[in-house]
Design a protein around this ligand. Sequence first.
Ligand code: DC
Length: 464
Amino acid sequence: MIQIAIDGPGGAGKSTISKAVAAKLGIVYVDTGALYRTVGYYVRSKEVDPHDREGVGALLGEISIEVKYVDGTQKVFLNGEDLGDRIRTPEMSMYASAVSAIPAVRAFLLETQKDIARKNSVIMDGRDIGTVILPNADVKIYLTASAECRAKRRYDELIAKGQTVNYEDVLREMNERDEADSSREIAPAQAAADAIVFDNTGMNLEESVDAIIKLVKEKTESGETDDTPPEQKAPSDKKGKEKEKEPRTDSRLYRVIYAIFAGIVGWLFQIRVINQQNEPTKGGYLVCGNHTSATDAVVICYGFRKHQVRLMAKKELFKIPVLAPLIRMLGAFPIDRSGSDVGAIKTSVKLLKEGKCMGMFPQGHRYPHEDPRSTPVKNGAALIATRTHADVVPVFIMRKNHAFKLFRRTYLVIGEPIPYESFAYNPEASGEYARITEIIFDRICTLGEEFAKEQKQKKQSKKK
Ligand code: DC
């Protein structure tokens, strides 16, 4: 399996080049812009302002988007209808750009994109592919060209499709759209830190395609890619051989305790870890989960096998005689929940900067019976992530509802790590911690909801 990420501004030739590369390599070409255009089309058809976050957000529940490949060509269906070229007009470009700046829209389209790449070898083009959708892509290219060159290509493309446009308007609209896409708060269009920036001004299609195939071959043949199916890749891995040698961050004592007790703990609490492959190989990440029981911390420690996850725990626990030394041995550290505990934040930042892993519960308290979405959440995780640039690993803990607390099935669902860059933290904007907290907590809740749905479907198909 191979993943090639192509990002860049409009008119750089991403789609034409990617299509040709896909055909030569025999892989799937995924045009992610088409998904944003499809949402834009629906919003336009409902006469809603595409900048109106609430208005657009309210429409998402009415939209079902399906991506199919017919003879190697991507088709996007909106509520069962193939929109064809109706999403390719300049007006739809502006609508797509506007709705793409809305976090709920990005979240809505995220899984569709990831899912295609999980199942196929892909070359995927867009604005945030190398930074958010495929952070572990084998090859990342940021394709660009001068604004005039890109506008001329777009103009020629539209004229060839029989549309009436003039060059000056195309150039102006393209510049406006680039500005909006690259300055938006969430997932701004930008080159990933490890992307190759490729300027193809003055190059024709064939030259660009050859250059990209050459880059892909160089990367593949130098052994920098691997054949692991994407779903088995640990998302925070860096490339190549480095990966197997990630240093462990456990204390020796912890490793001994884990070796002795993990089996017993797993049996007592009947823990099943779902999506173990999402556990990162590299340390320095922050685990965030829902909180319903005092044993949640143990469940997390059990489920993360490659690194010790040091959990933030309420300070009262550190006064209980037998428990206190035990949880200290497990690496837990205290937080005073009565106010903002600067000491606990400092400890967290220190741990993560040292490449260690830590865990916390954004809800701050246990809420055993409530729907997590209805409970309050605190901004500590967002604050720690922005100070350390740590990736966040969302987890959801779910228990079967037996009266007896031991021996009831406990599921720990590990979500794909959220790369820090995808938060697009803007230190100048207000409300950033709350916004990032919302992204993290939404991911946690979604994990639980999707898992519950899967369980239900399994049960129903068993009954049949
Ligand atoms: O690639 P395109 O011109 O079809 O994309 C239309 C708009 O969609 C673009 O202006 C920004 C948005 N987009 C995005 O935000 N992220 C992507 N991965 C792809 C497109």
